[in-house]
Ligand binder design. Sequence first.
Ligand SMILES: O=P(O)(O)OC[C@H]1O[C@H](OP(=O)(O)OP(=O)(O)O)[C@H](O)[C@@H]1O
Ligand SMILES: O=c1cc[nH]c(=O)[nH]1
Ligand SMILES: [Mg+2]
Length: 209
Amino acid sequence: MSLKVINHPLVQHKLGLLREATISTKSFRELANELGTLLTYEATQDFKLEDHMIDGWDGNPITVKRLLGKKATVVPILRAGIGMLDGVLELLPSAKVSVVGLYRNEETLEPVAYFEKFAGELEQRTALVIDPMLATGGTMVATLDMLKAKGCRDIRVLVLVAAPEGVEKVSAAHPDIPIYTAALDDHLNEHGYIVPGLGDAGDKIFGTR
Ligand SMILES: O=P(O)(O)OC[C@H]1O[C@H](OP(=O)(O)OP(=O)(O)O)[C@H](O)[C@@H]1O
Ligand SMILES: O=c1cc[nH]c(=O)[nH]1
Ligand SMILES: [Mg+2]
């Protein structure tokens, strides 16, 4: 299993603000995006660099670093993943966006897929899959299955909060894929919600609660 809980003070502070019961839609959106940026910083630590020659300020050539060829795609899982997208694109402004739509059946907790539109050349891209919540893990496993079926091999998962049940399910199905999260929470309640969690992230981001 490759689970990386990001204990950076800024991440933990913002996560604490996000858990507040009376948080406004505006604040939830801002914090979800800011955490998306910070998780992206962590999840791209192994991106490769190459040397590149440029003209420096004084007219002399200098060697600088630049990201090596391999391209990225950000994969928000509708709806709630959209709430982290702007934050991720802050650091990867040229990344293509591959959108998948899945919702969780409220009774069975099984994922239902209803949309997919992937960027091209997925086999050459690093995919950052974003969703605020990893609960039972059904939605994430279905998304990772879809990405691998399209040829994508380098995939990272970025979630704001993960439940142990979800981490186990994803790790069992896709042991090669690292999970970056701000928190590994305690458990799922009888409705499949993460405790302490955030509540319904989609409703909070879209103001539909
Ligand atoms: O790990 P799981 O048990 O599969 O649950 C996690 C999924 O549930 C939520 O989406 P939801 O079904 O509420 O859809 P929404 O984003 O449209 O609100 C959440 O954003 C994840 O996608
Ligand atoms: O805790 C949870 C679980 C699934 N979806 C959410 O939005 N929150
Ligand atoms: Mg929801």
